[in-house]
Structures are given as C-alpha cells and as structure tokens.
Design a protein around this ligand. Structure first.
Ligand code: MN3
Length: 199
C-alpha cells in the first residue's frame, strides 16, 4: 500500500482572487505530489509500510528526516486543500464557534492570533488551529512539522492549517505574507474545519 495524492475537488482557478491558479497548480501538482512520492520512497520496504500517516507522524521522532519532512508535507497539504474547498460557511458556527469564543474571547481575536502566528513564523512553516482535548489553541511549526508529531512544541489535532512557505504565495503576493494570510482567511470553508473539529 502506498500513499496517494488526494484528488483536488476543484479547479486550479477556483480559489481566485484569493489564491491564483498558477500557484494552486504548481503547489498541488509539483510540491504536494513531490512530498507524496518522496514519502512513498522513504516508507517503502520499511516497518512503516501499512501504517496510517497519523500513526507515522505520532512517532516521527524515531524516523528519518525524509519521513518527517515528506510525511508532514503529505499530511499538511491534504488538510490545506481540503479546508480551502470553495463554498461552505465563511465563519465558524455552532459548537466550533462557541469553542473559539471560549478559548480566544471572540472569532476576531482568534483570527488575530492565527494571523500573527502565521506572519511571525520565521522562514518556512505553518500556523495551526489545534484541538487539545476540549481546548483550542493556536501554534506554529517550522518546515513541514505539525501538531500530530511527537517532536512538536504544541501537540494535538490540527483543525485548520495555513502554509506560509513562499511557494504558497510568492507568485501573487511576493514578500507580502500578511496579504496572503488575509486572503487565505477569506477562502476558508468553515464547514470543513468544523468536520475536523468534530472528528
Ligand atoms: Mn506547501
């Protein structure tokens, strides 16, 4: 069994004007495909074969740098494209909204915290909304690390993640990472984030 690049359920231009078609095409068909291929190469023939990606990431401290980087890259981009699926609620509702209000004070305060974590991550990495038991927290990780990894400073289940590698925004936004973060937040499908929250 090997890991497969999940189908993108929308066209490359579907995230415009927030994320341009060329960026989506290269990011999905080159970067995400590359992490997937390299993960399969790293896992093939090892004791990791047959494990889920979550199982691999939970114990990643015992694995090679290739498994850590490409396993993270595979998982992180699966989540990224999923939460950007066009349509759905543009703000959280129900239990997720209540949890955000409980843990951050308000949705706007959460957005501020999340955007700040994304903007201040030095170099390449990700910012996250993370479920820790009944609690929600914001964190960020370097490279392709994520909160499922036993090496992460803040551990838990990711429910929303933003890629702040330059390959995610440079063609359209160049050095203006905060503009990309703002655009990303307007493209998030909160119905799907809610599904991750409830899992
Ligand atoms: Mn990326």
């Amino acid at each position: 069994m090997s890991f497969e690049l999940p189908k993108l359920n929308y066209s490359y231009s579907a995230l415009e004007p927030y994320i341009d078609a060329q960026t989506v095409e290269v990011h999905y068909s080159k970067h995400h495909q590359g992490y997937t291929n390299n993960l399969n190469n790293a896992v093939g023939g090892s004791e990791l074969e047959g494990k889920t990606i979550e199982e691999i990431l939970n114990g990643v401290s015992a694995q090679s740098v290739a498994v850590r980087n490409n396993g993270g890259g595979f998982y992180n981009h699966n989540l990224y494209w999923d939460v950007l699926t066009p349509g759905g609620a543009n703000r959280p509702e129900g239990d997720l909204l209540k949890a955000i209000e409980n843990d951050f004070g308000s949705f706007d305060q959460f957005v501020d915290n999340f955007a700040k974590a994304a903007a201040t991550r030095f170099g390449s990495g990700w910012a996250w909304l993370v479920k820790q038991g009944d609690k929600l927290v914001v964190s960020s990780t370097p490279n392709q690390d994520n909160p499922l990894m036993d090496v992460a400073d803040v551990q838990g289940t990711p429910v929303l993640g933003i890629d702040v590698w330059e390959h995610a925004y440079y063609l359209k936004y160049q050095n203006r990472r905060p503009e990309y973060i703002n655009a990303f937040m307007q493209a998030v499908n909160w119905d799907i984030v809610n599904d991750y929250y409830k899992k």
